[in-house]
Structures are given as C-alpha cells and as structure tokens.
Write a protein that binds this ligand. Structure first.
Ligand SMILES: Nc1ncnc2c1ncn2[C@@H]1O[C@H](COP(=O)(O)OP(=O)(O)OP(=O)(O)O)[C@@H](O)[C@H]1O
Ligand SMILES: [Zn+2]
Length: 599
C-alpha cells in the first residue's frame, strides 16, 4: 500500500521533486486544527522525516476537527497522539514528537538549522513571532499559516527574500479604558472583561502585583482612580477570608453593593449616564429560596434569571475557592488562571458578569455567549483548516523547487474565494528581519554583560565587531530592556543572572538611528576548549545603510513620525516603570487615555 502511494507520489511530483521531498527534514510547530491536517498531508505526500511539537494536551472540544484525536485520547499529549495516528497513514514516515513549548531554550538557532523548512500551525502571535525570529536567525524557510472561521492564509517567509511575519505591524488588540471596565460599563463585553480580567484574577489569580493605578494621573479622574485603588485594596483584604463559610457573601456585598454605592456618591459621573442600582444579598437570598432556585441543570444557551445568576455566583465561588486552597496547599504560590474550557471559571464569569450587567442595566448573556466573548472565540471550521493545510504543502513544494520569489501568498477570503498575491519584498525598515546578526558562544555562568559589550558590541567593525558607540547602545531581550547608559545596573552580572539562556536572541539598538544587531547567544559545548569568556562565531555584517541614511533615519525618529523601532523601545522603557499584569490583561499607563487595558 505504501509502495503504491510512493509510486503515485513519484508520478505526480516527478522524480526530482519527489526525491527532495523524501530527503527533507521538516519541523511542524503545533498539532491543533491546522497541525493535524498538515501532519496527515505530510506523511501522505512523501515527507519522511518530521518533527512535530506541541505543548498542549487534547481537550474534548478539539475532537470535532482535530481528527487525529479520539475520545480515548483526551488529556494525552497532542504531539504524541498525532504522531501515533499519522504514522498509520504512512508507516514508512519517521515522526518524532515533542510535548514542549517551542520557545524553550533547548530549541536553539543551532537546533532549527537541522531542518529543511519549518511549518507553523500555531494559534498565537507570541509563538509565531518567536518561530519567525528563529527561522530568520537560522536562515531556514518558514511556511506561516492561520485560519479564523471561513478565512485563512498561507505563505512563505525567507530571510532577505520575502516579508517576514513582523514586516507589517499587526493590528493592536482591542483596548478598553480602565474606567469603562471598572466604573462605567455600558455593554455586556465590559462586564465580561471585568469578571474575567479583574474579579477572577483578584480573587483566584495573582493580585500581588504593584498597583499601576497609583501612578500620577490627571486631575479630573483623580477621585475615581483613588476609589479604584481603594476597591482593589479592600478586595485583597477580603481574599484573606477565602474558604470561609461567608466568603461568597463578603465578595458579593463588596462588589455589588459597597463599590456601587461608592460610585453613586461621585455624582458628576452620573450627570449624563443612567445610575447603577446596587444589589442586596439578603433580599436576593430570600427571593431565591422562596422560588427554590437551583444551579442544577442550568442550560448553557439560555439567559439565566437574576436569581439563577445569584445562586450560580455563590456556588461557583465555593468551587473555585476550594480548588484554589487545595492548589495552594500543594504549592504555596499556586494561582488559578482563567480558561474558557474550565467549567467552574466559566460559571463564575457568566454569573459575575450578568450580576454586574443587572446593576448597570445592561442586557445579560447566556453562558454560551459569554464563553465566546471571554475566550475571543471565532468558531474553528474544519474545512478551512483542511484547505489551508493543503496550500501549506504546495508552498513546501515551492520551497523545495527553490522557487521562493514566485511562491505566492494564498488567502481564503469571504465567499470562500481563493486569492493569490505575489510575495512582497522585506520591509526595509523591519526591525526583525533586516537586522544584522551573529552568533556568540558564551559561558552563561561566567560571561558578564560587560564582556559582551566590550568584546562584541564596541569591538570595531574591522575586527568583526558591531563597532557601536557606548553612549548610544541599548540592549533588549524581547520587549525587556536589559541595558542602556542610564540603566546599567546589570552590567557586571553574569548572563544567567540577567535572565539570559542558551538560544536567547538579544537585540542591540543604537540611539543614533544606526542599524540594529541581533546577537544569538549559544553555550560553549562541554568539550570545547575556550580561553576567553566568549567567542564571536562570525563577523557582524557591516550596515546596509550608509552613514547618511542612518542620520536621515535618526532625524525622522526625532521628529513626529517616530518609526516602529523607536516606538517599541520607548514603550519598553515606559513599561519598565509602569505596567502590571492582571490575569492575561496588561494595564499600561498611556499619556492620552490615562489607563488602557490591553487584552
Ligand atoms: N509556544 C507553543 N509551543 C508549542 N505549541 C504551541 C505553542 N503555542 C501554541 N501551540 C499549539 O498550537 C496549536 C494551535 O492549534 P489550534 O489553533 O487548533 O488551537 P487549539 O488550542 O487546539 O484549539 P482551540 O484554541 O480552538 O481550543 C495548539 O495545539 C497549541 O497547543
Ligand atoms: Zn521583517
């Protein structure tokens, strides 16, 4: 059977391409919706050497489309089960499965270099950005893909030949002003974000972060911000009573009565808005008991009554508090994080957001609706994944033919129309793919940041270094700044102490607008002789821009139209002093908007 498949493949692809397919080594990142389709396509179209990585386990909600998984596989590692199932399609294929996060340092640039190509089948920006950067650093072609409902896309990324994943800025995520979420909600989504990102994380997540709302703020809402800070502090105090018999009542009284009464006392806030109405626990308790309201069998797709939401609130607080305490017993710093597939968390967020909606006279929602809004869910369509996974294989053939320029981007657009678009040239201002890069071998427990600066960054270009000027240099690890002339506390620390690990790529930027340099940090091999604390493995490529162009860039950066590089650097500097994370929402101080929630 497999030899039949082989002879068909040879007939379809031709001997030359088939041989390339059969001898290439492919990395598949993600074994979810697109990943399952893709792994099946790979083994059936002649790819024989595949590494599949996925960090997750199988959830029951994956089974409708991730067809390599069945009911008996629920809770098992996606990567391992995908390997077992796909292997049955073509036993001649060698598949290695890894249940890991692709961002782990063991998957270094060196490790990426073993692959002929990498295929992304991911579901988040962060991991996509990381694989993009690693493939650029290792100079390995990447096929990027994604789907959302009926829409999808697949395209090739190759260093210096095509746009990379970060060449075009990505749309910023939806933001909500903190005051809308915390004081003046006007739509169901505001109540859902409050329940999920504020209340849930304050009660069961990590509420120990510094409170960014104590920063300096404009006059007019100082009173409101002070009230918000007080609310948060009081909630922290209530949290001490977690597990006590009246815990749900304490939380309820605070967020649906005390806080609402405090808001009502700020009269100017309600001059042009409908006033909220506090809820009374004892009244609701009586009415609910009289009506014999129960949480048993409450339907997902029907909107619950006020009494049902009340009962569900109490019930889910007890369930979550019990779990929280149990996890804390095992590990003192344990927290619960919101997950749309966690029934306790969904019951809580639905009830808590609906109660808040009652207070503010906003329409309430069914659990089903809350789940799709809280989880930002757009239904995944199996057919879209299958079509896109098919195109990924066509792109892979294009790479093996050596035909990257003529390998178009494919989009599945509205009305199920397929659109092909020529692959664009790299954006000359892209801070990710246009940077110069070099690999530096270091001893993470001996080499200091100063060594790196002196022996690589300030080393002249003639001697193979970056030839930068000390005062102008800043070093970033992702969005985290680790050094600049005003922020040099870590300069004598060992790289490990600075939080750098093998595989980390640090970005060296220059204030004078000169081109950035990426340094890929790798550890010396155990057997490797080295007299020095570091070894620059290749000379750093000279800048592509002339001095004149760099000066022009600096002039632009100092003007109104600061480019993205500059902006992200400024944001990183600012975030260093003024960001906090509540659940998965970042609260950033913003000059115009006071505080914004970034979901
Ligand atoms: N950093 C990462 N390293 C390895 N695998 C990752 C990483 N980030 C995401 N993934 C995997 O990528 C896959 C993406 O698949 P998909 O978009 O179908 O998501 P899903 O989690 O399976 O489905 P849903 O989100 O709809 O429940 C998931 O299996 C996920 O575990
Ligand atoms: Zn780019």
């Amino acid at each position: 059977m497999s030899s039949n498949r082989e002879s068909y493949n040879i007939r379809v692809l031709g001997k030359e391409l088939y041989n390339k397919v059969a001898s290439s080594k492919v990395l598949l990142v993600g074994a979810g919706g697109i990943g399952c389709e893709l792994l099946k396509n790979l083994v059936m179209s002649g790819f024989k050497d595949i590494v599949a990585i996925d960090l997750d386990t199988i959830d029951i909600s994956n089974l409708n489309r991730q067809f390599l998984f069945q009911r008996q596989h629920v809770k098992k590692a996606k990567a391992h089960v995908a390997k077992e199932s796909a292997h049955k399609f073509n036993p001649a294929a060698k598949i290695e499965s890894l249940q890991s996060n692709i961002k782990e340092s063991q998957f270094s640039v060196q490790w990426f270099k073993q692959f002929t190509m990498v295929l992304n089948a991911l579901d988040n920006l962060d991991a996509r950005r990381h694989v993009n950067a690693m493939c650029l650093a290792a100079d390995v072609p990447l096929v990027e893909s994604g789907t959302q409902g009926y829409l999808g896309q697949a395209y090739v990324i190759k260093k210096f030949e095509t746009e990379c994943f970060d060449c075009q800025p990505k749309p910023t995520p939806t933001t909500y002003p903190v005051c809308t979420i915390r004081s003046t909600p006007s739509a169901p989504i505001h109540c859902i974000v409050w329940a999920k990102s504020f209340l849930f994380s304050q009660l069961f997540g990590n509420s120990e972060d510094e409170d960014a709302m104590e920063e300096d703020h404009s006059e007019e809402n100082a009173q409101e911000l002070a009230a918000l800070s007080r609310e948060t502090a009081e909630l922290k105090q209530i949290k001490e009573a977690v597990g006590s018999a009246d815990y749900a009542k304490k939380v309820f009284d605070k967020v649906y009565s005390t806080d609402i009464n405090r808001l009502l006392s700020m009269e100017s806030m309600w001059a042009k808005r409908a006033k909220p109405t506090p809820l009374d626990y004892d009244n609701l308790e009586r009415e609910s008991a009289a009506a014999e309201t129960s949480v048993v069998g409450l339907p997902d797709q029907k909107v619950w009554t006020l009494k049902e939401n009340f009962e569900m609130f109490k019930n889910s607080v007890v369930r979550l508090a019990t779990r929280y305490l149990k996890e804390k017993e095992a590990q003192s710093d344990a927290i619960l994080s919101f997950d749309k597939d966690d029934d306790d968390a969904m019951d809580f967020v639905t009830a808590a957001s609906n109660l808040r909606a009652h207070v503010f006279n906003i329409p309430t929602k069914s659990l089903f609706d809350v789940k799709s809004m809280a989880g930002n869910i757009i239904p995944a369509i199996a057919t879209t994944n299958a079509v896109i996974a098919g195109f990924v294989i066509m792109k892979a053939y294009g790479i093996l033919r050596g035909d990257i320029k003529n390998n178009p981007r494919t989009y599945l657009t509205t009305g199920s129309r397929l659109v092909q678009e020529a692959n664009a040239e790299p954006n000359p201002n892209c801070g990710v793919c246009r940077s110069r890069s070099a690999t530096v071998k270091v001893d993470f427990d001996k080499t200091t940041l100063r060594d790196l600066i002196q022996k690589v960054i300030l080393l002249s270009q003639e001697e193979g270094g970056a030839g930068m000027v000390e005062d102008e240099v800043a070093i970033m690890d992702g969005s985290r700044m680790i050094y600049d002339i005003e922020f040099d506390d870590s300069v004598d620390l060992k790289l490990r102490e600075v939080g750098l690990n093998p595989g980390t790529i640090i970005r060296v930027t220059q204030d004078d607008g000169g081109e950035d340099v990426d340094l890929i940090l790798e550890a010396f091999d155990a057997s490797e002789e080295h007299d020095d604390s570091l070894k620059l493995m290749n000379t750093i490529p000279k800048p592509k821009q002339t001095k004149h162009e760099s000066e022009e860039k600096k002039r632009k950066m100092d003007g109104d139209d600061a480019d993205l590089d500059h902006l992200s650097r400024q944001t990183a500097k600012k975030a260093k002093v003024s960001h906090q994370v509540i659940g998965d929402v970042v609260v950033l101080e913003d000059d115009d908007e006071d505080l914004v929630l970034l979901d």
